[in-house]
Design a protein around this ligand. Structure first.
Ligand code: GLN
Length: 503
């Protein structure tokens, strides 16, 4: 019998709807896989104890002839930044250990309504601050390609779960790259939708003007299928767009079939210096571009002079918003409380925040409150907002000349656990190519581009499109994916080391 964990979500869904496989079987296969490999990978913070029951409910509805959505019965991993009523939601922080939410995030309730089966909650950097998942209060996740290496961050748990075949699909969040950079280092697909395209309601806020929830998968079509389920207007999110979105799964199917690369204008940013990039990353990126060119795409050099200030601006705007968003963890309303005998309420609050937050979170709260303080507001926060506008203008000018922009999804392949943990600046610089999209609100996708020659680890290529043009990314992403997978003779993940001996 086929190993059900090796199927794409689309293929698994086809088996489920034709009745050859039940959701209970599919869910059990993934739970078994989690039991076999997650001791090594540590993608999950919590595994659902009623996934099989949920799956059985879907199977019953299917036998009763209910109309079910395209992903009904397919298992799903959920990043722990998204609140759930039936499993704890910690956002990777000690301060929320064991926290049970009274409501589901909108994306979670939409996934449940579509019949997806939540498998569990995935590990992440505390409050989504980081690029390696090493800032999780519950210990790091390991990269299935090499367990000594980082899985990316902050959504390393979701990316590793999908790369290690523990789940066919996962939900992530991307504030500065936390879906796309983990996809890059694990050989998976990740999409950051247009800002406002997917509801943030119930996503524990990091930086509200940058946060976006999005899909994590092994194929572009699978990401599109999940995006179709979670996207669209939500009255509970004040920044949610009212747009009627096209089907992203259809866009992916069209891309895989059609000749969308012919005549496609692909912008490559002149100012992104090759020097900051690992040679094997640049080589894989250039090879992917050449493959696109061979199919009729036109590679156009564009200028985005302000991108280089993106990281600096982001590390003022993000901490400012985060310091304000995290003020609600005050020992009274949510989670942990450290008692201080005879102390004032401020003493309790301070002791709780001291014990409950990790170093990176404290660092950013201090940065953020400083940047927002009266005497410095114009110098720091105000200037950063101006840079943000300049980056938006760079994008607007670029998209007059090209249909998509392409970059490597990150400057290096997966680095070793421990390598950058004591050097926050090096960690921050990992997001140089992903951050501009969050600052401008435009959508981005990372798909596997190949393996770096020097270390054999995955490299991702990122495509960016104008706001609201997410469908274009699915068309182009699926087209490039099919060209590259053909040239490799099969998916990149087929070459990942076998974990747990089970696959
Ligand atoms: N690595 C970036 C950071 O540390 C991005 C995080 C994210 O997208 N949540 O802020």
């Amino acid at each position: 019998m086929t190993d059900l964990t090796r199927l794409s979500a689309a293929d698994l869904a086809a088996e489920l709807s034709s009745g050859t496989v039940s959701s209970v079987e599919a869910t059990r296969a993934h739970l078994d896989r989690i039991a076999a490999v997650d001791g090594d990978v540590h993608a999950f913070l919590h595994v659902s104890d009623h996934a099989l029951e949920v799956a059985a409910g879907i199977d019953r509805r299917r036998s009763a002839g209910d109309a079910l959505g395209p992903l009904a019965g397919v298992p799903l991993a959920i990043k722990d930044v998204l609140v759930t009523t039936d499993m704890p939601s910690t956002s990777g922080s000690r301060i929320l250990e064991g926290y049970m939410s009274p409501f589901d995030a909108t994306v979670v309730s939409r996934a449940r309504a579509a019949g997806l089966v939540p498998l569990g909650k995935t590990n992440m950097d505390e409050f989504a601050m980081g690029s390696s998942t090493e800032h999780s209060a519950y210990g790091p996740t390991h990269n299935p390609w090499d367990l000594e290496r980082i899985p990316g961050g902050s959504g390393g748990g979701s990316a590793s779960a999908v790369a290690a075949f523990e789940a066919p699909l996962a939900l992530g969040s991307d504030t500065g790259g936390s879906i796309r950079q983990p996809a890059h280092v694990t050989g998976t697909v990740g999409v950051k939708p247009t800002y406002g395209g997917v509801s943030r309601y119930g996503a524990i806020a990091l930086a509200s003007s940058l946060d976006q929830v999005g899909p994590v998968s092994r194929t572009v079509l699978d990401a599109g299928l999940l995006h179709d389920v979670i996207g669209g207007h939500d009255a509970n999110d004040s920044t949610s767009l009212a747009d009627a979105w096209p089907s992203f799964a259809d866009a992916a199917r069209e891309g895989a079939r059609g000749d969308v690369l012919r005549g496609l204008r692909v912008g490559v940013i002149r100012e992104l210096p090759d020097s900051g990039f690992q040679p094997g990353v640049s080589t894989a990126f250039r090879a992917a571009l050449a493959a696109m060119e061979a199919r009729g795409a036109e590679i156009v050099e564009i200028s985005a002079p302000h991108f280089e200030y993106g990281v600096a601006a982001y590390y003022l705007i993000l901490p400012a918003e985060a310091s304000s968003n995290l003020a609600k963890f005050d020992s009274v309303r949510f989670g942990m409380r450290v008692n201080v005998p005879g102390g004032t309420v401020e003493d309790v609050m301070a002791a709780t925040r001291d014990a409950g937050f990790g170093d990176e979170v404290k660092r950013r709260i201090i940065l953020g409150t400083y940047a927002l303080s009266a005497g410095y507001y114009d110098a720091y926060y105000g200037s950063a907002q101006k840079v943000r506008t300049l980056i938006q203008r760079d994008f607007a000018a670029a998209f007059e000349r090209v249909d998509v922009i392409a970059t490597p999804s990150a400057p290096t392949t997966a680095f070793k656990l421990g390598e950058k943990i004591d050097d926050p600046l090096q960690m921050y610089l990992n997001d140089v190519t992903t951050i501009p999209a969050n600052l401008a609100g435009v959508p981005g996708i990372s798909i596997p581009a190949g393996l770096a020659e020097e270390d054999g680890l995955p490299v991702g290529i990122q495509f960016l499109a104008p706001a609201r043009e997410d469908a274009r990314l699915y068309r182009v992403g699926a087209a490039v994916e099919s060209v590259l997978v053909d040239s490799w003779g099969g998916p990149l993940l087929d070459r990942a080391p076998v974990l747990g001996g089970a696959r």
